[in-house]
Design a protein around this ligand. Sequence first.
Ligand code: NDP
Length: 309
Amino acid sequence: MAARILDGTKIAGEIRAEVAAQAKALALSGVRPGLAVVLVGHNPASEVYVRGKVKSSQEVGLYSEQHALPETTTTDELLALIADLNRRDEIDGILVQLPLPAHVDAKKVLLAVDPAKDVDGFHPMNVGYLSTQRPGLVPCTPAGVMEILKRGGIPVAGQEVVVVGRSDIVGKPVAMLLLNQNATVTVCHSKTRDLPGVCRRADILVAAIGRAGMVTRDYVKPGATVIDVGINRITDRSEFDRFFPGNKAGNKKREETFLAKGSTLVGDVHPEVAEIAGAITPVPGGVGPLTIAMLMANTVKAAMLRRGI
Ligand code: NDP
């Protein structure tokens, strides 16, 4: 039987509506949560992400401002901007879009963000809060994964969970959130022995690898929940055919888009996994939409935590 689709676009819409209602309620007491997004240089993907973040802020009724700085910006200039944003009371969230140019000391810049305004949840202070279960700001994509599980009715406590990927941005924080919710968590990476065998133990499998379609059906226990965090762009026709063989239902539409745009987005999980999983997130339309929705939620949360609401 085909897996139940966990619809991230729908869940993100619900969260945005809740954030908009919270923003409206805060406005009654004169508070308008504000987000500052800092972008350095002209990375096309980053520009798209930043536009999405600013647009979404406006839609849910948050104040937002964008600081687009030239590629030549120095670490000291960025630190001065961060210090100013840290000081300004109308700014509740500061997001520095990564990657920063190679000459900028990214770690120093991220460390300079006031942890109370760190809506990306990357500051070591927030990492520590997460691992010691104190209130703080949690990274957006991992928080989105938890919302999908909760709102998708997938129980977590006591379940065997395998997370593939151990990055500071996705793998580690998602593993910590799952552990905090009483899952039995195994974290895998490129040095893991018998990765398919370890993954097959999972009731919930989270793939955050960055390798198109690496998780095939032999990685998945029938009936398991599969959360695909990966976002990979494929442009090669033979690779497209590996993902979407022409004789399968639904693949025709993908093919039309692929032919028109010359590329399509796929996850770390091969679509064939949907034939044996119990529930699965699609790509696109799974975890992706949650990331911006959780950024909005984090900005409101930061505004409330800072004011002791
Ligand atoms: P990183 O490259 O930082 O981390 C990848 C992880 O996968 C590493 O821990 C690496 O292991 C592991 N890995 C790589 N190859 C293998 C392999 N062959 N076998 C087992 N493990 C492997 O990526 P991110 O965590 O930043 O992102 C992961 C994916 O999620 C990407 O596709 C990215 O685009 C996507 N993403 C999606 C977001 C969204 O909004 N949906 C947001 C952020 C990321 P090791 O540590 O040993 O090198």
